[in-house]
Ligand binder design. Structure first.
Ligand code: AMP
Ligand code: MG
Length: 388
């Protein structure tokens, strides 16, 4: 049995970043930028008006100007403004040569082609100098998980195609004679595959491309057949059959198919029978079958592995600290990821911590992390947790 931190290190040692592909801008949100991007232009490309009003050289209350033309967005005024002259201007329009400020239209009385400035003038110039937002050499650094705001910025920079990491392909294999798919009619001794679907959702959220393989039954032939369907996956995840009971055949069949095992068993709760290794060109992770164990291993181990494959670096998922809102008892020798609810007063660990209870996991929004042999803790003590 190895500690969680060592298991993570060994997982990262098995991980290689995926290759790079180019996608159109509309497909880039949620992807990881693989190389820095440089703008080829400035924004705005010219001094631009920030308001609707009149462009003038200078002005004080009571000054009068003759309106000599108009500058609209997309249609500049060809000419310059001199003393006693004003150009009608709109937001986003190029500021005409000679003008140093925009008098907003609210501060102006207009009469034909004459304007008079009102008593209370706003002091701002309302001119956005060229390159205020970004210059021609501005850079978006990589790696970076792109979101809608990045997409808007890249569009403004005139970047139409984006180099991103290929989504890691993850084959998900459920194992068990007792399992049927959601929507099917279970027999009297059967249950529904659950954590595989939870992991599928987690993987999609992480930016991977999960593939659900058929359920492998608890016999060597069935496992061989399903492993044979893996094809070009970057990561193969099996669920269940990973402890050493009579029906836990995953490790045996994986070894027979050439898996070089890196570890088997981690000193944690839930999730002890986690294993990993390399299988041909793919990485393999064997997750425990208990629904909560599998999901916790998903959050603690699969998520950082996917982030590493996406080029986001090899690091544990970020944890946070918060006071306890209720006491917890002493922990045993394994690191414990307790299902907990973070409320306004702090963390409360769920009363029932059995690793089969998906309803408790579903109600939790945090995993309270208890180091090995952590003593009993009182309300108010600061604890580390993993947000869910
Ligand atoms: P195992 O690791 O195969 O011994 O499974 C441990 C427990 O988890 C058993 O109660 C299984 O029925 C259950 N289990 C295994 N795989 C799944 C799955 N994909 N979805 C839901 N429950 C599962
Ligand atoms: Mg099983």
């Amino acid at each position: 049995m190895i500690p969680v931190a060592e298991a993570l290190d060994r997982l990262f040692a098995l991980t290689t970043p995926c290759g790079i592909e180019e996608v159109p801008l509309q497909e880039a949100s949620g992807r990881v930028l693989a190389a820095p991007l440089r703008s080829s232009r400035a924004q705005p490309p010219f001094p631009a008006s920030a308001m609707d009003g009149y462009a003038v050289v200078s002005g004080k209350p009571g000054d009068m100007f003759r309106v000599i033309g108009e500058s609209a967005a997309g249609h500049r005024f060809d000419g310059s403004v001199g003393a006693g002259e004003a150009v009608r201007i709109f937001t986003g329009a190029p500021v005409p040569a000679g003008a140093t400020r925009i008098i907003i239209q609210e501060d102006v009385i207009r009469d034909g082609d004459q304007i008079t400035l009102r008593d209370q003038l706003d002091s701002s110039t309302y001119i956005r100098p060229a390159g205020t937002d970004f210059g021609p050499d501005s850079e978006i650094p990589a790696p970076r998980l792109l979101g809608p705001n990045d997409i808007a910025l890249m569009a403004a920079m005139n970047i139409a195609r984006v180099p991103v990491r290929r989504r890691p392909i993850v084959a998900l294999i459920s194992t068990g004679d007792e399992l049927v798919m959601p929507g099917e009619q279970p027999g009297p001794d059967q249950i529904i595959v659950s954590n595989t679907f939870g992991l599928h959702a987690l993987l999609r959220d992480l930016g991977a491309e999960p593939r659900l393989l058929p359920i492998a039954r608890d016999n060597v032939d069935s496992l061989r057949i399903v492993f044979g369907l893996v094809e070009d996956a970057d990561l193969v995840i099996t669920i269940g059959g990973a402890s050493v009971g009579d029906h836990d055949l995953v490790a045996d069949v994986a070894a027979e198919l050439g898996m070089e095992q890196s570890f088997h068993k981690v000193a944690m709760r839930p999730g002890k029978p986690l294993m990993s290794g390399r299988m041909g060109s793919a990485m393999m992770m064997g997750l425990p079958g208990n629904p909560v164990s599998a999901m916790v291993c998903g959050h603690v181990f699969v998520a950082p592995v996917i982030r590493a494959m996406l080029g986001l670096g090899a690091a544990a998922m970020p944890t946070m600290q918060v006071p306890l809102a209720a006491p917890v008892g002493a922990n045993g020798p394994r690191e414990h990821y307790m299902r907990a609810v973070l409320g306004p007063d702090g963390l409360v660990a769920a009363e029932r911590q059995d690793s089969s209870l998906l309803s408790v996991l579903g109600a939790a929004n945090a995993l309270l992390i208890r180091p090995p042999h952590d003593p009993a803790r009182e309300t108010g003590e600061i604890m580390r947790y993993l947000p869910l």
